[in-house]
Design a protein around this ligand. Structure first.
Ligand code: ZN
Length: 405
């Protein structure tokens, strides 16, 4: 991270910041920031350097061309927690800047999940998909603002049809559904993931062959008290609003069960369960879900930190479900992306993903950051065979997105 960006990142951490003054590998015992004061070392100052003598492989390009099915190259301009009030979109990068990273890192195609709705969606598709055919695909999003209209179920289905006609390639469901969207949009009881009002939307996606990229729930630790036992204490310190402990939030298990009911009720609809099916910590559960729902696939975005700390279980998971796993990073371009180093859209991020999937390197960082941002651990490469790499990097996405191979 360049120093000005680091300062920006640190400045964004706010109170309770666990900011670190310099990259891990450059820390030295005689650095002022590294020397214990009065014999005490604060967690925020602890930056242990691994003494392992193990191979360090730099994988600059992937073994096969990549389709990254999870990125955010635009956002709806006026939105609160995923509930939009308008159709304007803001681009988080230019196509030229995105293409520069993609070409350097062997990414053939990016799928921009948050392409917006209506005129905003059309603008995104014109600037990216139509201007650079085959390099970008854009997805649409629900129009939650119309939820209060009794005609919402049909209006939403119609909006999906219109989006498909405009060139959308899928539907993105943010974790807004289940965790933020309320009966009065921003107040009242939370709307459930399997609410019947969305049934026509799921069916419209099947009719127009739009896969649904769905984010439900969050890491299990986000539902637990933010205390000394919480393995994501650092991350929740940086992003306090990511805690769903207490208040009226459903449990992680309730969210997963509601999601599964949707998958079962709409067997013709293709669901891509993002972030390793929303439970990368519990691969046996994700594996069971995949077995139960033939219309479900998963994506990797921002979860190699989880997969890579259980490399033997993860390798078995890839072997068993090699036709059901899609490559994705959840890429957010800088400068905002610097707030989430595990998903910052830049060369280093892709090199880490490729290293994780292709090599058997041991104990390395899962994010380009001075401190592991999601939890204080490091990861191990899976060393996947070529046949699986080809499916995960590309072939599975070609099938799910209905692209010409
Ligand atoms: Zn995302």
């Amino acid at each position: 991270m360049e120093s000005w960006k680091r300062r920006r990142w640190l400045a964004s951490l706010g109170t309770g910041a666990l900011g670190i003054a310099g990259p891990l590998r450059w820390a030295r015992a005689d650095d002022e920031a590294c020397a214990p004061k009065d014999g005490k070392l604060l967690l925020q100052d602890f930056r242990p350097r691994s003494m392992l003598h193990v191979p360090e492989t730099r994988v600059e390009k992937p073994r096969f061309p990549v389709i990254d099915v999870h990125s955010h190259l635009s956002w709806t301009a006026q939105a609160e927690k995923g509930v939009a009030s308008g159709e304007d979109v803001t681009f988080t990068t230019t196509p030229a800047d995105a293409l520069a990273v993609m070409d350097r890192k062997g990414v053939r195609t990016m799928v921009n999940l948050t392409g917006g709705t209506g005129r905003g969606l059309e603008k995104t598709i014109a600037a990216f998909d139509r201007a650079f055919p085959g390099r970008f695909h854009t997805c649409t999003e629900p129009v939650y603002g119309q939820l209060l209209d009794p005609r919402y179920p049909q209006l939403q289905a119609d909006a999906i049809e219109a989006a498909a006609r405009a060139g959308a390639r899928g539907l993105k469901i943010l974790k807004t559904l289940g965790l933020y969207l309320r009966e009065g949009l921003r107040e009242g009881p939370l709307v459930k993931v399997d609410d019947r009002r969305f049934d026509p939307m799921w069916e419209a996606c099947a009719a127009h062959r739009l896969p649904v990229f769905i984010h439900t729930s969050d890491p299990e630790a986000f539902f637990l008290p933010v205390d000394c036992a919480n393995e994501r204490w650092d991350e929740l310190g940086h992003h306090p609003d990511w805690s769903f402990h207490g208040r009226d939030f459903p449990s992680h298990e309730e969210l997963m069960a509601a999601r599964d009911r949707v998958f079962a009720r709409h067997p013709r609809t293709q669901f891509v369960a993002l972030h390793v099916g929303h439970d990368a910590e519990n691969l046996p559960f994700v594996s069971e879900s995949l077995d139960r729902h033939p219309n479900m696939t998963v994506e990797l975005g921002a979860r190699i930190g989880e997969l890579g700390r259980q490399p033997r279980a993860a390798r078995k998971f890839f072997e068993k479900h090699q036709d059901r796993i899609l490559f994705g990073t959840d890429a957010v371009p800088p400068p905002d992306g610097e707030n989430y180093p595990q998903q910052v859209f830049k060369d280093e991020l892709y090199e880490i993903y490729y290293r994780f999937l292709e090599t058997e390197d041991e104990y390395f960082d899962y994010a380009p950051a001075p401190v592991p941002p999601q939890g204080r651990w490091r990861i191990y490469g899976l060393g996947l065979p070529e046949a699986i790499l080809e499916k995960v990097y590309r072939a599975n996405a070609v099938r799910v997105l209905g692209l010409a191979s």
